[in-house]
Design a protein around this ligand. Sequence first.
Ligand code: ZN
Length: 471
Amino acid sequence: MRRENLSPLAISLSTIVLLLCAALSAQTKQNVDLIVSHGLVVTMNAGRAIYRNGSVVIKGDSILAVGPQSEIETKYKSAQIIEAHGDLVLPGFINGHTHVPMTLFRGLHDDVTLSDWLYKYIFPAEAKNVNEEFVRWGTRLAAAEQIRSGVTTFADMYYFEDAVAEETKAAGMRGVLGETFIDFPAPDNRSEAEMLAYTERFLKKWQGDPLIHAAPAPHSIYTCSKKTIQDAAALATKYNAPLLMHVSEMKKEWSDSEKQNGMSPVQYLETLGVLRPNLVAAHCIFVDEADRKLLAERQVGCVHNPSSNMMIASGVSPVPEMRAAGIAVGLGTDGPAGSNNDLDLMEEIDLAAKLAKITKMDPLALNANAVVEMATIDGARALHMEKEIGSLEPGKKADLILISLDEPNAVPMYEVYAQIAYALKGRDVETVVISGRVVMREHKLLTVDEPHALARAREYQKSVSASLGLK
Ligand SMILES: [Zn+2]
């Protein structure tokens, strides 16, 4: 039928039908809580799908859909849209090992050995200064720093960890937070009995929390007896919690274990029965082939901390070999005092690749794809949280970051993983969403009072210096 033959009535009827169709399709679009539109979406899912013009759909605290913009916009609508304008959209970074309240000791004593740093400086400084208030302000400062550089989940080991948990939750961050067990009077607990009681209350309190995973954290085999380690591990088992520990991080730790136990630290932990799928082992520098086989068999998660290992000159973790053995290896900043001095995980991504390359004198030793995996999906595996976080796919928690690609250091871009690993910086992170909640929008922090945290950090510098008789 030719249009000019239509009567005015027919024309208005066809217009009504068209309008009805449009209204119907709008109605059939599912209403969701947040849509991130027009991004370069790097999913880190099993197929490593990348959408050049993609979109992520969020309902509640989870991802509902990820896909091409054209597909998503026909199916979903939301009152809240984050327009990515071609920004890189990535799963939030996972900082697998740190001690966040130590931000307040940042730069206190550098350029010393780990043993000197610990025994001459940091343990005395902690004894004189660390209390619950200190831990709260240190955690707030660290939350600002970590969110700014795209960290959405971190694993922590410190004292007063319940206060760390409260502040982490207030900042809207996800944390695997370990209360330290150590065989000398700690700032929060003066005896092992107190440590056990505190940690049990801590584990009970946070059970089932959507953001906080509470954990016992025996410091190491060189600061904890067999009994302390086993008691901490028993608590973790009782509450189905992770267990965080420094493992084989110093040559001296390894040689002392060989002398005292007749075996490596990893094998010693096996005899204690703590090499289990809930263990998150930081460092793992001195791990030979037999150790690596054991770590893989027991599904222990390992966390590599390149800045820290270089700064303390403690050694180089055999990351390529660990990955080849099937171990989940994540990345951590460690520190932030004495062993790194910042919490920027993007720096660790860059350094992990370069440290492996120079150690082996082989530029192929660890590539960009591998280190981006370590900061995201493999970091999640190392924390035993890969069902929850680490990639952008339906059903996982909505933890994602937007990184500007409109920066002098971001153009041109030929290969996306190499750009993330070697060119982009933590400061390029613009917007951060954790558990479906926007915690930073276009560089503006929404959950942390940053000026207040900075001011208090400067005040702490004065009181910490005075406590140690420094100027
Ligand atoms: Zn550490």
